[in-house]
Ligand binder design. Structure first.
Ligand SMILES: *Cc1c(COP(=O)(O)O)cnc(C)c1O
Length: 397
């Protein structure tokens, strides 16, 4: 008998009733410190008063109108994103995968209207994650996600993450774009070597390719800047944004330069729900907070503090933790034990974390996290480590 909800997730046996800031309360009354943030979604924590206010005020006025009409809240959001990024234009959808779909379509269309319809191949990197639609699983290139779903959508080629020589060899007359996450999230918080994104920009300029950044997980303050690309000194032509921008309300955005977006004329793309007034009101409220003076400084300060505490934790629990990685509050600990065991052990101590590739456990606290909460997370992880160590010793004896 199949589960009432299609069982594509193996879910932990817990559900939550309410949340406040970095804390969640389960239906059985237990409190959890949330260092998963719904996988980098609840950027401002749970039930942030400014977001609750924005959503409820908009809900009293207007929920949905079609994109056949002007939506002032959306124009406001687009203008603010343009003011604070490389972009000249924005398109609104409902998820990260949809923002990626728009980015992929835009890159292909750009070359088609430039007289090069044959330039429709996009180069991606191993360990990437770009979503679960048919196009984005092809871009992701993970066989596990492609298996059994029929012909793989053509137009994607994958090279080794960080391998510039392989990348240069992969570029042909059919290449349209290079697509990369400035830091790989699902892949295991993999940070490219300094200068890698800059080298990609140069390769794109040299070969007339578009550079696409997938900032679905790295964006909206997660790395201590509004967007992670700001650390690299270069800008993309197209960028996908989602997760944190809605603070928990579903929203995906494709940002682009005027040049990259030139093929996306009336009728070429659309979305029924994308950019609806509820999502736009919440995203504007998220930006109010993230752009407020001192907010990103706080993220950078908490990042430094968390990294120091995690380094200590690693030193005292070498048989559990092998490495600490990441930028801002997009952090990971590579574990010696299976990462799933660490996630479960931390959860038993009342700390939520998220597993990722390369046997890494992701720590994605809300950006409003405090030193006290980081200290609390560290002691919970420390206790989890002690229990994992005890279990290993017992198993070995
Ligand atoms: C989560 C994620 C996506 C997919 O977003 P959905 O909202 O689940 O469709 C795409 N790219 C990256 C980098 C992500 O982390």
């Amino acid at each position: 008998m199949i589960a009432p909800v299609l069982p594509t997730y193996s879910r932990a046996d817990v559900s939550f009733e309410r949340g406040e800031g970095a804390w969640l309360t389960s239906t059985d009354g237990k409190k959890y410190l949330d260092f998963g943030s719904g996988v980098a979604v609840n950027a401002l924590g749970h039930a942030h008063p400014a977001l609750v206010k924005a959503l409820t005020e908009q809900a009293q006025k207007l929920w949905h109108v079609s994109n056949l009409y002007k939506i002032p809240e959306g124009e406001k959001l687009a203008k603010r994103l343009i003011e604070h990024t490389f972009a000249d234009t924005a398109f609104f959808q409902n998820s990260g995968a949809e923002a990626m779909e728009c980015s992929i379509k835009m890159a292909r269309k750009y070359h088609a209207v430039s007289g090069h319809p044959e330039r429709n191949q996009i180069i991606t990197f191993d360990g990437a994650f770009h979503g679960r639609t048919l196009a984005t699983i092809a871009a992701t290139g993970n066989e596990k996600y492609l298996e059994g779903f029929g012909p793989r959508m053509p137009g994607f080629l994958q090279v080794k993450f960080g391998d510039l020589d392989a990348l240069k060899k992969a570029i042909t007359k059919e290449t349209a774009a290079i697509l990369i996450e400035p830091i790989q999230g699902e892949g295991g918080i993999r940070v490219p070597l300094p200068g890698f994104l800059k080298a990609l920009r140069e390769l794109c300029d040299l070969n007339g390719l578009l550079l696409i950044f997938d900032e679905v997980q790295t964006g909206v303050g997660r790395t201590g800047k509004l967007f992670a690309y700001e650390w690299s000194g270069v800008t993309p032509d197209i960028m996908a944004v989602a997760k944190g921008i809605g603070g928990g309300f579903p929203l995906g955005i494709c940002l682009a330069t005027a040049e990259a977006g030139k093929g996306m004329t009336p009728g070429t793309h659309g979305s029924t729900f994308g950019g609806n007034p509820l999502a736009m009101a919440v995203a504007n409220a998220v930006l109010d907070q993230v752009l407020a003076p001192g907010f990103l400084d706080h993220v950078q300060k908490m990042s430094l503090f968390a990294k120091q505490r995690l380094a200590e934790l690693k030193d005292t629990h070498k048989s559990v933790i092998a490495e600490v990685r990441g930028e801002g509050l997009l952090l990971g600990v590579k574990t010696v034990v299976p990462n799933g065991d660490f996630v479960s052990a931390a959860m038993r101590e009342g700390l939520l974390t998220v597993a990722a590739g390369e046997n890494v456990v992701r720590l994605l606290p809300p950006l409003i996290v405090t030193e006290t909460e980081i200290n609390e997370a560290i002691s919970k992880m420390s206790e989890a480590c002690r229990k994992l160590e005890a279990a290993t010793t017992k198993g070995a004896a």
